[in-house]
Design a protein around this ligand. Sequence first.
Ligand SMILES: [Fe+2]
Length: 124
Amino acid sequence: MTDTVKFENTVTEVNEGFVEEVHSIEDIDSATDFELKHTPNIELVELASGQLIKVTIGLKGISHPQTEEHFIEWIRAFDGDEPLGTVAFDPSITPYAEFEVERSSSQIIVQALCNLHGLWEARV
Ligand SMILES: [Fe+2]
């Protein structure tokens, strides 16, 4: 697994040498359930030292399956182009990740990989 990301492209390296198209929702009001259930949900909590980034998968109450056949493999986050870390899941674990960042003017970017449906991204 690697944190290498090429944000200027519409594709991103996800696992060593393996590249995926980056999916994201353009318009939340016209998003499909398929899009909603794959998209990272980002909650920012203000801390004295910075911000806590809490991530679940799925928007508007639509959650992604987590089974042997179909599951979220990992969640990773970036502060701008700076990797904050990656949290991996096996099919028995509900995907949830927390990252801490010092207060930053950069955009927070969160990506999640579904084993069947590829890479999904949200930004705040
Ligand atoms: Fe999926």
